[in-house]
Design a protein around this ligand. Structure first.
Ligand SMILES: *Cc1c(COP(=O)(O)O)cnc(C)c1O
Length: 397
């Protein structure tokens, strides 16, 4: 009898008792709005901003309603508007081109490598088409950031980092999000901290962050924020920056602060699980594992492997056979966008030219979540199942 996995791929860990107690305390006050503070009170939202800024070494931080909101807000703060082009990854998820489209701008897609990072040669080729790059560290794969920043400096490209999958990650010891002018994080349930919905935006640039704070809906109460620039910077921007509300409330901030304190434990737990699966998948005929480069401090909250040059039928056979044994895989190569996965050419509002080298890779990307509710034994079992089913389909000729 073949083994079957019984776990649930979308089941997160519960919110800790400490975080629940903090949320209950906020509810008892009735003051959920971030600017509703008693005399002298700093408030959960501002405390979260201070603590998050400190955790990554950023000067400024604002807590917002979602990761997608943070990205749109960053683009607006940089002055990106209707008709402007923005470079971004072809391999990413829908909220990334969506944030670009939300300000009326047009994505210019840059290809993906077999290491699942942005193709720096393609970036160089397209560098003259835009002066902003929305860099998505998709599925936690971090490119050679030194090389990327050198290309961007040479072409006067400002970088916004989408760190939805790299909160807690780093490149050569520098936290992900500390390379670009601004960086965006998500605290949506399927990311690295869970407040249902939520986002964080960081930068060291005072003027950009003053704009972003007013954009986020500060009602000119920005003096109550936790990690924002001096009042004089706001004086320069406050009359010509619109309010596009997208604040975070105290309730979400309250449950995030205890999670931030244990983020490094979560990262270690994810990586232990990721590495068990990665090791279990090595030397599977027909399957290419994605090795983690030296210098990448990754967060293994998901894992990807490649079935390069496999036919659609065979890939579908693998997905079906794994699912029958309880292992839920996602495929990025499907012609139709399904659940969270989609291809750059399925975003029809954003024109794109085919990218044959990247298309070959995208067609082979298989993706799996690794919730922390899985044990290391679960992970070893999952790897055995994938290995067996990929092997069976591969050998079927
Ligand atoms: C989830 C996600 C976002 C946006 O986060 P939301 O909080 O859901 O808006 C951005 N980029 C990537 C790659 C994501 O997966």
């Amino acid at each position: 009898m073949s083994e079957v996995f019984k776990g649930n791929f979308t089941q997160q860990e519960p919110i800790s008792e400490e975080a629940i107690a903090a949320a209950v305390d906020v509810m008892r006050t009735g003051r959920l709005h971030r600017y509703n503070l008693s005399e002298g009170e700093v408030g959960e939202a501002s405390l979260l901003e201070q603590e998050f800024a400190q955790s990554v070494g950023a000067k400024f931080c604002i807590a917002v309603a979602s990761g997608g909101y943070a990205m749109g807000c960053a683009l607006r703060a940089m002055g990106v508007g209707a008709g402007d082009k923005v470079l971004t990854n072809a391999f990413t998820l829908a909220p990334v081109p969506g944030a670009i489209a939300s300000v009326g701008a047009v994505p210019v897609f840059v290809g993906v490598t077999e290491g699942l990072v942005i193709d720096l040669d393609d970036l160089e080729t397209k560098a003259d088409q835009a002066d902003v790059l929305m860099l998505s560290h998709m599925r936690g794969h971090i490119c050679d950031m030194d090389a990327l920043m050198a290309i961007c400096a040479q072409h006067n490209i400002r970088v916004i980092e989408d760190c939805a999958h790299t909160m807690g990650g780093s490149w050569r010891g520098v936290p992900s999000g500390r390379f670009g002018q601004m960086a965006c994080y998500s605290t949506q349930t399927y990311k690295h901290m869970n407040s249902g919905e939520g986002g964080l935006l960081i930068s060291d640039d005072a003027e950009l962050m003053a704009r972003a704070t007013i954009l986020s809906g500060s009602y000119m109460l920005y003096g109550r924020n936790g990690a924002v620039p001096e009042a004089e910077v706001f004086e320069r921007v406050k009359y010509d920056t619109p309010n596009v509300s997208g604040r975070m409330d105290h309730l979400r901030a309250a449950i995030l602060r205890p999670q931030l304190r244990k983020l490094s434990d979560s990262v270690a737990a994810w990586n232990a699980r990721h590495d068990v699966i990665l090791d279990g998948l090595r030397e599977t005929p027909g399957l290419t594992v994605v090795e983690r480069p030296e210098g990448e401090g990754y967060v293994g909250s998901s894992i990807q492997f490649l079935l390069l040059d496999w036919s659609v039928d065979k890939i579908n056979a693998v997905l079906k056979r794994c699912l029958a044994r309880g292992v839920e895989l996602k495929w990025f190569g499907g012609a139709e966008p399904v659940a969270f996965t989609s291809r750059y050419d399925s975003w029809r509002y954003a024109p794109s030219a085919p990218m044959p080298k990247s298309d070959r890779i995208l067609k082979g990307i298989v993706d799996m979540r690794i919730p922390l509710t899985f044990s290391l034994e679960d992970c070893a079992l999952i790897a055995r199942i994938i290995k067996a089913e990929v092997g069976a389909v591969f050998q079927s000729g």
